[in-house]
Design a protein around this ligand. Structure first.
Ligand code: 2HG
Ligand code: ZN
Length: 478
């Protein structure tokens, strides 16, 4: 049976209300507005209803009711996807299942260094819970104030500390997942070693809500940070940034917490569009933010960073640098980094290319992709920034000043293709951390086709044979 008539949809809404209570089922367009459009404003969906269960049992019940009615289910966390991964289609048939009410910290265990948290907790709330126990949840992304644990895991978020601690998937020891038949898989194990067959939890991490709905997770923690040193540097070139990265890797192998790149173009947008921002160094074409952190005997970090920066100055790798002298100053440096997305949003329509290449190839990527894009669309603003330590650059293209946003976006596919040609030539990936979502399904055949896509489809068919979970995401439409 499918949701194709008002009788069926009306019946589904009534049974959802009976299961969850009136207030947990939204159907008015004004109530559903915030759940129907993505953060970038690229996809305007039209859900049948938005449901907000409070327990795992309720999530399972919703999935069962939707399965009986043949309604697609779109799981949604903080709705911060950059690729439309949590937006329903425009057909009015899908139920958006918001996890926002599942927000318990079930446990923090300082002995085994784990925390068990529910899906709807924001990443920032989870970080704070770990910190309260003297521990560190070592994952940080610009949207952490809104992004929720379930979405962070479902999309295998990366972010600012990946070069030290890995992506979200590297932190997951156990998961609780609601399956397509409404069953619950309790895989909330706390084991650091468990070598018994296929690693099922890793199937769900990065599946973008297409295989199951993550309701809780056991995450691996690190000792809390006891000392930091940070610097904001102006550099003459991207090559110089890589030389500085190598210096730091040799001198602070365990302490390099983040090494973030910002182009002069992208920083210009932050200074222009984000109130109160100010550069701590002289203006340049390239900047990096260095953040070092230690868990024990932090006393040596600052002199060490000062020493490395001194050497780099002498080697002409940096033009100017500001060392943070207080936590407030370190946070001000990070503010300059974290506001890039917001500043670019305010600058007009943008085409995002969340790409990765081998770290040594980043200078080539930036040079060749910028030249090719400028030739293809004169006047556009190339405004790259990102996680240089991981070779992951947000090679974003902003509409020409004063141009018509819609006319610029018409070129989106063609310009992404221009960037991706360069990325492919360098052995890179077309989506390093934001996933595939709805936006990039068209690229899957070309980039992951053949054996890989066949295996992925097999997994999808085994776990969600009726294609009810987040249809239209990851896989190109049949
Ligand atoms: C970041 O690194 C995010 O700040 C967003 O991944 C990137 O806005 C973007 O393109
Ligand atoms: Zn990023």
């Amino acid at each position: 049976m499918t949701v194709d008539g008002s009788a069926v949809t009306g019946e589904l809404v009534s049974s959802l209300r009976a299961a969850l209570g009136e207030g947990a089922v939204l159907v008015e367009p004004s109530d559903m507005a915030g759940y129907s459009v993505d953060w970038r404003g690229l996809y305007q969906g039209r859900p049948l209803a938005v449901v907000r269960p409070s327990t795992v049992a309720q999530v399972a019940k919703v999935v069962r009711l939707c399965a009986e009615a043949g309604a697609p289910v779109v799981p949604q966390g903080g709705n911060t996807s950059m690729v439309g991964g949590a937006t329903p289609s425009g057909t009015g048939t899908a139920v958006v299942l918001s996890l926002e009410r599942l927000r318990q910290v079930r446990a923090v265990d300082p002995v085994e260094m784990t925390m068990t948290v529910e899906a709807g907790l924001t990443l920032r709330q989870a970080q704070a819970a770990a910190e309260a126990a003297g521990l560190l949840l070592p994952l940080s992304i610009s949207s952490e104030g809104s992004a929720q644990i379930g979405g962070v895991l479902a999309t295998n978020a990366g972010g600012n500390n990946t070069l030290r601690f890995g992506n979200a998937r590297d932190l997951v020891l156990g998961l609780e997942v609601v399956l397509a038949d409404g069953g619950v898989w309790d895989g909330l194990r706390h084991l650091h070693k468990d070598n018994t067959g296929y690693c099922l939890r890793q199937l769900f991490v990065g599946s973008e809500g297409t295989l199951g709905i993550i309701t809780a997770a056991v995450l691996r923690l690190q000792p809390g940070i006891t000392g930091r040193a940070a610097a904001f540097c102006a550099l003459p070139s991207v090559e110089a940034a890589l030389a500085l990265l190598s210096r730091l890797r040799l001198r602070a192998p365990a302490g390099l917490h983040a090494f973030e790149y910002m182009s002069g173009a992208s920083m210009g947008l932050v200074l222009r569009h984000i109130e109160g921002t100010q550069l701590p160094v002289s203006p340049a074409d390239h900047y990096v933010l260095i953040d070092l952190a230690a868990c024990a005997d932090a006393g040596g970090l600052e002199p060490m960073l000062e020493g490395v920066l001194g050497e780099a100055l002498e080697a002409d790798e940096i033009l100017d640098a500001a060392l943070s002298r207080s936590e407030a100053q370190r946070l001000a440096f990070w503010h300059l980094r974290e506001e890039h997305s917001e500043a670019q949003k305010r600058a007009g329509a943008s085409i995002k290319n969340d790409v990765s290449v081998p770290v040594s190839q980043v200078p080539v990527l930036l040079r060749d992709a910028a030249a090719a894009c400028e030739a293809a669309a004169p006047g556009l603003r190339v405004a790259p920034f990102g996680h240089l330590g991981d070779g992951n650059i947000h090679l974003n293209l902003i509409q020409p000043e004063g141009a018509d946003p819609a006319a610029f976006l018409v070129q989106a596919d063609a310009l992404m293709q221009v960037v991706n040609e360069v990325v492919r030539g360098l052995g890179g990936s077309f989506s390093a951390e934001h996933g595939v979502g709805r936006l990039k399904t068209g690229l899957m055949e070309e980039w992951r086709g053949g054996v890989e896509l066949r295996l992925m489809r097999g997994i999808k068919a085994a776990l969600d044979p009726a294609n009810r979970f987040n249809p239209g995401v990851i896989f190109p439409a049949p």
